[in-house]
Ligand binder design. Sequence first.
Ligand SMILES: [Zn+2]
Length: 107
Amino acid sequence: MKMANFLTVEDSPQLAAGSFNMEQALRCPVCRAKFRRTRECSRCGADLSTLMILSVKAMLCRKNARKAIHSGEFQRAYDLATDAQETHATHTGRQLLLLTSWLNAEL
Ligand SMILES: [Zn+2]
């Protein structure tokens, strides 16, 4: 079985550039303002760097879970999908978790 090359936070040029698309799901934890792709909340000035890092980490876990599915590593895919949901839950992440759960149970 071929092992997939998994991505890490360090592999994300989007994180380094601060230019990834996650504002739809995120709001400032202090004032609930919509996320506007900045490390500082535009309304209250809260530092959102940790939030951005966690969101990118979850995104990379989901990407690696998809790679694991393609290489037949269903337990690894399930573990990665679970990690992603625990880090930053999204609707897509929930769907991926359900898929990997089913693959693990059926195959
Ligand atoms: Zn705020």
